[in-house]
Design a binder for this molecule. Structure first.
Ligand code: COA
Length: 310
């Protein structure tokens, strides 16, 4: 049994391993690529497999991202083949990944919620063995979050009349396009929503762009995006309206435009992960809480790298 780095030739083995054990989070080959190699913070050393008789029997992957200028390490994926569980492999992989994250300066470790590229915004407690493993390893639950689900099948998302009313107030609603990037950046900088920059840039460049925007006096005052993460699963968000422009029904129109796109892509349900204003979504698209996630954190002291002269 040996731990080695993940290679692209492991994709079928990882996909099969993951889908056999993560019942609630099935991945396609495209989604696995998105989660692993297409993560902008992917680093070879943070993706490992355990091999036994040339079979991949376990997999772990992490990333480091700066959060308010402090590096946070995320245990993004972890799975052990059920035939080899309870032999200490999960523990060994978790410890190895944690050590590698700490060696890269992580001060805090978190589980799964590696926004903007993540599978789930925390741990689904139905993965009970993982919950026990994490709590045994000193992770504490600091919050819960959820994903909402909206059944799109019997909803009408026509927005033409409401958009006409806004046009009379000098507000234009339209689909975003790649050269809106600077205007959008201006809004994100002004509001402190800058963390959304990379995901919005990505979806502005899709064909068609999966962003809808509201403009007034040539400035973007609100936007909604979908398909930013977990591509083609019906994922909606983020959605935001500038404080001083709230209450004009702009958010509802932008929500409905995004949901209409998701419906036209043949999804019966839209998923709204990590949703803030639950009552807004319940009211405007009948969305209800479909999944609950526990958010786990462990504070660690950063070790100086082995070759450091400090
Ligand atoms: C969670 C998981 C990775 C653990 O792998 P594992 O190789 O069986 O873990 P270990 O043998 O190293 O167990 C370490 C500790 O975890 C806890 N644990 C793991 N499985 C357990 C079980 N079936 N019952 C009770 N405790 C369990 C125990 O505290 C155990 O320590 P102990 O054996 O000294 O009591 C594995 O169950 C798994 O792949 N689950 C499905 C995938 C998943 O949920 N991933 C998390 C989402 S990213």
């Amino acid at each position: 049994m040996k731990i080695r780095l993940l290679s692209e030739s492991d994709i079928d083995a990882i996909l099969s391993l993951w889908n056999r054990h993560l019942t609630y989070d099935q991945l396609t080959p495209e989604l696995l690529e998105e989660k692993v190699w297409d993560d902008s913070d992917f680093v070879d050393e943070l993706a490992m497999v355990v091999e036994h008789r040339e079979q991949v029997i376990a997999f772990a992957m992490g990333v480091i991202r700066p959060v308010q200028n402090t590096p946070v390490g995320y245990v993004k994926m972890l799975v052990v083949d059920s035939r080899f569980q309870r032999y200490g492999i999960g523990q060994r992989l978790l410890t190895e990944l944690e050590n590698r994250l700490i060696a890269r300066d992580a001060r805090t470790l978190r589980i799964a919620e590696s926004a903007p590229n993540y599978i789930t915004p925390g741990l689904d407690p139905r993965y009970t063995k993982a919950m026990i493993l994490l709590e045994k390893n000193g992770y504490t639950r600091f919050k819960e979050t959820w994903s909402l689900e909206s059944d799109l099948s019997n909803q009408d998302f026509t927005t033409a009349d409401a958009e006409q009313k806004l046009a009379e107030k000098g507000i234009e609603i339209r689909r975003g396009k790649p050269d809106d990037e600077n205007l959008l950046l201006e809004l994100l900088q002004k509001t402190g929503w800058i963390a959304w920059q990379s995901e919005l840039k990505k979806v502005l460049n899709r064909h068609p762009a999966t962003v809808h925007i509201a403009l007034k006096d040539n400035k973007i005052i609100a936007f909604s995006a979908h398909n930013t993460n977990n591509y083609n699963t019906g994922s909606f968000g983020p959605l935001a309206t500038l404080d001083e422009c709230r209450g004009l029904k702009i958010g509802r129109i932008l929500l409905h435009r995004g949901l209409q796109d998701i419906k036209e892509a043949d999804h019966r349900f839209a998923i709204i992960p990590w949703a803030g204003p639950v009552s807004f979504y319940l009211h405007h698209c009948g969305a209800e809480i479909a999944r609950i996630f526990y958010r786990y954190e462990k504070k660690v002291k950063s070790q100086p790298p082995a070759n450091s002269t400090k």
